[in-house]
Write a protein of this length. Sequence first.
Length: 222
Amino acid sequence: MATSDPVPPAVRAQLLATEHWSLLATRSQTWSEVMSRIMGQFTFTSASLVVLALVVQQDGVDGDAFRPLALGLGAAVVLTGSLTTLRVLNASMEDAMLVGGMNRLRRAYVELDPGILPYLTAGTYDDRAGISRTYTMGPQRDVSQVLASAGTFSLFTTSLVSGCWVGLLAVPLGTPFAILLGVLAGAAFAGAFLAGAYRSFRRHEDDPDTVRFPTPPADGEQ
């Protein structure tokens, strides 16, 4: 039955902590699954290279088996790598939403006890600036974190394979043209994924329902 009695601060803190641990567990499970998929993808890629190396050792690059096998394995690696990269990008967006939710809970902690604010390292606002503070453990965004992320690593590995695959397809047209086409294909693959990821993140940031506690422009992230 509904009651109008105010919830004691201790009970409110307990409820907030329960939700906080739930988000932490979801975040941990998400990245555990994603890292397993990345390891599986790179194992498959490495095994494909080993198979091609054995074929070259046995039959040579100009043999009848190398090119069809390379094209088939390359297509499989590009397909599975694309799906893996897409999952990593989706997980990254989900992770940003989870971090924003935990920042929102920290905001509630601060409202319950303003005195704890100087002791918090992560952000307490759920907008882009607050989420960035939690990721970087500071007020400044660090580009190196994006470049060294699992998503970027998976994306550029798959882009490299896709470029090599297209270049191998174009070998009959001439080696210089095949190299040029392969480079362009790899760059186009990476660019398409990056553009899609950027649009997805921007749609999330522009959604007014996702930000409830924006960083005050005068005060900055506290």
